[in-house]
Design a protein around this ligand. Structure first.
Ligand code: GAL
Length: 527
């Protein structure tokens, strides 16, 4: 049973349980690909001071301006559709009939009119509430008013409801979130249902029941609120990698993991890190909800948000979330199976991510076969940021990418090639010779070092013979660290850290997520 109840439940709760269990199952036909749009929270927060800051306060003016720009600046053309209100739109009191109402000082035309305006532009209208006594910012929550509030949203022609979980009991959520979903369904108006159910449960020590969550919600937050920093993005990336075996299987058309909104174009990320944010959210099959001031967004960042090739990976019809397949010494490789599919094999979006901080690009040298891509006719490889086409590359051909440091990526798309065999045409600069010692993906050019899997197995899970650990010594000062990392008798903390970047110092004990140790290799890496 997906719902957990205490043993002593009343007849009423049994009926409610049966009711919600039987009819709450989400069948709204929405979010077959991850939703795309604009969301106020991360950039504009709970600024309600329209007297002193009319330009930036949470008001109908702000949402109308953003909706206008979504259309006029071309975001709608590439798929951004929803304009979503977050917290702090509400009045502190319900109206005389117990219905939610906006703060009319800031939303003088009311929410129905705001929705109408957004719809008149061909966009969709999202709103925020909370399964609790209050929203996180202290406005009225829905507890005690579930049916009324669902009806109110439907009467305003809302298309998307984000239901937060402050001021409520995580133990109640297994009942409460499906119950509100039931009321949303009952209105007859299809509304995307975005939940915060698992994140509150996880933080209270519970194990979320994803079977039930998938059946009730179109998307769900499972980790921290995003903040305006690389540290925040990096922590999300780590969470999605470290927990991939639990969360990936839950994603699919109509139901998505939500790593939170996009902060591209704000203050905290470098240009390269912004590209990484977009690329990783495509790998994650994540909703793309821009939280940025579209009035002042610089062209470089707009181009990242409007990168059609990366959006196409994000919106891939198969809806399979990608996973981390390699993590070692600050280099990560992520792969997402995408269309086209042929004879049981997938195409892939691949991200090479460099989190090292030693200031120079790292060369990553791979064959597609090493990444698990073994379609014999090969793959058509395109770079998704640089306008570069690698042509058709067969699985054994070694090629290289140079990945900038400090949270930068190279992202490629590998489309299965179905034609008759042809020669590879990789330019000399992208070509890599097989290494005599066959020592792995990441080539030492003085900044990486020889990087075997920490446990001696291949990162894809024992499909290749393990290799002996033979550190190279090209980089001055690096060998010491390297030995320190792999010598079983060395206790890292007892040795002075070598003079290298902070990231490397922190990575004692890196492993490949024990991919090799898992009994099940992800299905799409079987040959
Ligand atoms: C948080 C939520 C944020 C934002 C905020 C509003 O709990 O995760 O995305 O909605 O509440 O108060």
């Amino acid at each position: 049973m997906p719902l957990s109840f205490s043993t002593a439940f009343s007849a009423t709760s049994l009926i409610l349980h049966l009711l919600t269990h039987c009819v709450s199952s989400l069948d709204n036909g929405l979010a077959n690909t991850p939703p795309m749009g604009w969301l106020a929270w991360e950039r504009f927060r709970c600024n309600t001071d329209c007297v002193n800051d009319p330009h930036n306060c949470i008001s109908e003016r702000l949402f109308k301006q953003m909706a206008d720009l979504v259309v006029s600046d071309g975001y709608q053309d590439v798929g951004y559709t929803y304009v979503n209100v977050d917290d702090c739109w509400l009045a502190h009191e319900r109206d005389a009939y117990g219905r939610l109402q906006p703060d009319y000082e800031r939303f003088p035309s009311g929410m129905k009119a705001l929705g109408d305006y957004i719809h008149s532009l061909g966009l969709k209208f999202g709103i925020y509430e909370d399964y609790g006594n209050f929203t996180c910012a202290g406005y009225p929550g829905i507890l005690g008013h579930l049916e009324t509030d669902a009806d109110t949203f439907a009467s305003w022609d809302v298309d998307y409801v984000k239901l937060d979980g402050c001021y409520s009991l995580p133990t109640e959520m297994d009942k409460g979130y499906p119950e509100f979903g039931y009321h949303l369904n009952k209105t007859g108006r299809p509304m995307i249902y975005a939940c915060s159910w698992p994140v509150y449960q996880t933080y209270s020590g519970m194990t979320p029941n994803y079977t039930s969550i998938i059946n009730s919600c179109n998307l769900w937050r499972n980790f921290d609120d995003i903040q305006d920093s690389w540290q925040s993005i990096a922590s999300v990336i780590d969470y999605y990698g470290d927990n991939q075996d639990t969360i990936i299987a839950n994603a699919g058309p109509g139901h998505w993991n939500d790593p939170d909104m996009l902060i591209i174009g704000n203050f905290g990320l470098s240009y390269e890190q912004s590209k990484t944010h977009m690329a990783m959210w495509a790998i994650f099959a994540a909703p793309l909800l821009m939280s940025v001031d579209l009035r002042t967004l610089k062209p470089d960042y707009k181009a990242i948000l409007q990168n059609r090739k990366i959006i196409a990976v994000n919106q891939d019809q198969l809806g399979i979330q990608g996973r981390r397949i390699y993590k070692q010494k600050g280099i990560e490789i992520w792969a997402r199976p995408i269309m086209p599919v042929f004879k049981g094999k997938y195409s892939y979006g691949i991200v090479f991510l460099n989190r090292r901080t030693d200031g120079t690009p790292s060369e990553v040298s791979v064959t597609l076969k090493e990444l698990g891509l073994d379609h014999i006719e090969g793959y058509h490889i395109q770079d998704l940021y640089d306008d570069y086409d690698y042509g058709i590359v067969t699985p054994d051909r070694r090629f290289k990418v140079d990945v900038n440091p400090s949270g930068s990526v190279v992202m490629i798309r590998c489309n299965l090639y179905k034609g008759k065999p042809i020669n590879n045409f990789i330019e000399a600069t992208r070509d890599a010779q097989p290494r005599k010692d066959e020592s792995g993906y990441v080539v030492d050019h003085g900044n990486i070092g020889y990087i075997p899997n920490a446990d001696g197995a291949h990162p894809l899970g024992g499909r290749f013979p393990s290799r002996p650990v033979e550190p190279q010594s090209r980089s001055h000062g690096y060998l010491q660290h390297h030995q320190l990392q792999y010598s079983p008798s060395t206790t890292p903390t007892s040795v002075a850290a070598p003079a290298i970047g902070a990231y490397e110092q922190a990575d004692h004990g890196f492993s490949f997520q024990q991919l090799g140790a898992h009994s099940t290799v992800p299905p799409y890496y079987h040959g």
